[in-house]
Write a protein that binds this ligand. Structure first.
Ligand SMILES: Cc1cc2nc3c(=O)[nH]c(=O)nc-3n(C[C@H](O)[C@H](O)[C@H](O)COP(=O)(O)OP(=O)(O)OC[C@H]3O[C@@H](n4cnc5c(N)ncnc54)[C@H](O)[C@@H]3O)c2cc1C
Length: 195
């Protein structure tokens, strides 16, 4: 657990405010909460963790505001059969001023816990997630996009990495004045106009 002692991530409690089917294979879930104003908008391929309840509701010890070291300790103390599923996602669009965040879920067939949750998500549903607090600094924590001095980059990604790449490439292009070209190769992916 000491690995998370310096983590900038805390637990946020959010509510689904909207869902939108982007393509046959993707759904965008918009989450809202006042406290999401404190979610750092690092963008790029910023990784977050989401928690899906196993028994319909979350164990009481998993409270908003817990730092990563604390929520992981609580999470591990929950009996196996009740412990929420933990999955990695990309904080695709953060809108701190509005207290909102978009997550784009690839809908696995058959669904796993996270993609099944997203496929059925409705406004009002709760979702706990762990992400960076704006005052914690460390904008590189959870960001793995490091093209270095490369002038040209070719990325091949499956659907689950579509948003990680889609968030990183245009930012990289803007930073070094290069054009980024982003192609989808499957009709199950969202068209570029939905980025
Ligand atoms: C840093 C990071 C960021 C990510 N960002 C995103 C994102 O923004 N959007 C996104 O959609 N995904 C993203 N992913 C991928 C996402 O975390 C996985 O797809 C996740 O496992 C889905 O969870 P699930 O509960 O729906 O399915 P899981 O239970 O994890 O299973 C995934 C699929 O694989 C199948 N499966 C499971 N085990 C096996 C097996 N042994 N053999 C064959 N099939 C199997 C399941 O049936 C299901 O269809 C990201 C991953 C990482 C690491």
């Amino acid at each position: 657990m000491s690995a998370f002692r310096n983590s900038p991530n805390i637990l946020f409690e959010t509510t689904v405010t909207a869902t939108r089917r982007l393509s046959p294979g993707f759904v965008r879930v918009t989450l809202g909460d006042e406290r999401l104003r404190d979610l750092a908008p690092h963008q790029l391929d910023q990784r977050i963790k989401i928690m899906l309840p196993v028994t319909g509701d979350y164990p009481a010890g998993l409270r908003a505001g817990l730092p990563e070291q604390g929520w992981r300790r609580e999470w591990q103390s929950v009996p196996d059969r009740e412990r929420p599923w933990l999955r990695s996602y990309t904080a695709y669009r953060t809108r701190p001023a509005a207290g909102e965040l978009d997550l784009d879920f690839y809908l696995h067939q058959p669904h796993g816990p996270a993609s099944g949750w997203a496929a059925a998500a409705r406004p009002g549903d709760r979702l706990l997630l762990s992400g960076p607090h704006i005052q914690a600094g460390q904008p590189g924590y959870g960001v793995q996009w490091e093209p270095g001095p490369a002038a040209r980059v070719l990325i091949a990604a499956d659907e689950t990495a579509y948003r990680r790449c889609g968030a990183s490439c245009p930012a990289w292009g803007r930073k070094c004045g290069r054009r980024s070209c982003w192609r989808r190769v499957s009709q199950r992916m969202p068209p570029p106009s939905t980025t």
